[in-house]
Design a protein around this ligand. Sequence first.
Ligand SMILES: C[S@@+](CC[C@H](N)C(=O)[O-])C[C@H]1O[C@@H](n2cnc3c(N)ncnc32)[C@H](O)[C@@H]1O
Length: 296
Amino acid sequence: MAYMQTERMKRGNGMICRISPSFKQLKNPLPLYSPRYIYYRLLGLLLESVGRLSKGIDTGFTHGFDSGMTMNYIYINKPQGSLFIGKYLDRIFLDQVTCKAFRSIKQIQSDMINGYLRERSEKATFIVDLASGKADYLYDILRETTSNIEVLLCDISESVLKESRDIAKKLNLGNKVKFKQGNALDTENLRRITRKPNLLIEVGLYGIIHDDESVKRHLSEVKEILNPDAILFNVQTQNPQIELIARSLKNQDGERCVWHLRPIDLVVRWAEEAGFRNAEIRMDPFNIYAVVLMRG
Ligand SMILES: C[S@@+](CC[C@H](N)C(=O)[O-])C[C@H]1O[C@@H](n2cnc3c(N)ncnc32)[C@H](O)[C@@H]1O
């Protein structure tokens, strides 16, 4: 009962609105016989069985719903699946508000990167992406731009980098795009990037880092070690599906997919404390993500 009360709050206008459970609540398993446990468990089982006829849901359970593979599938937004039902379920999956928000922030991120490149006019630009996935947003730009750009794509997952390497090869961008497998949170790994980036990108990373201290320390380290001219990151600030994602879906490590929502002001303050400034913030139309560009 206490749990439910924290989820429902009376607004000033008398309307009842739903507040997402806190990160701490999401981390804790629900009591085994609670209706919520049974609901999310059954939903998870359904998604992991019949749901896998949808290619998107299958990709999520195979690679993790927080993986670059799943993100890329959502960006493409073309329903695929086994039999008619699989394709139908895939359309439902791709129409979920979280998937729509992913596609919106991809566009916002591309626009902000393009804006940054325009600012630099014809100057050579070195971009490092520390959790790139396949980095679709960067390929969209590399395909079109005449700017002199070099890109280093890094990710903890070798398999997503392999797929990204194939894209670079197909687009004949092998001379512009390099790859490096590694953990963005590992100090020594950051030190191995010896060239100063003009733009550092880390989108889709902070929400999967559970511990606030790690995000704070990471921001200080990238400032101190890489000292980019600018940084682009995103922050998941709220999500009506956060509990469903946490209790019915799996992450890249096969565990519950718990994401840490944070207020945008908090993360911008950490970035400012690390030495970044002039935050330019854009929200997606669903108010789920904030995309932030700051100067070094
Ligand atoms: C949600 S996806 C975002 C991918 C891409 N940046 C995008 O927005 O489409 C998160 C990515 O971060 C990678 N990742 C997770 N933890 C990481 C870490 N500690 N260091 C580097 N990459 C990490 C995952 O492998 C995955 O590709």
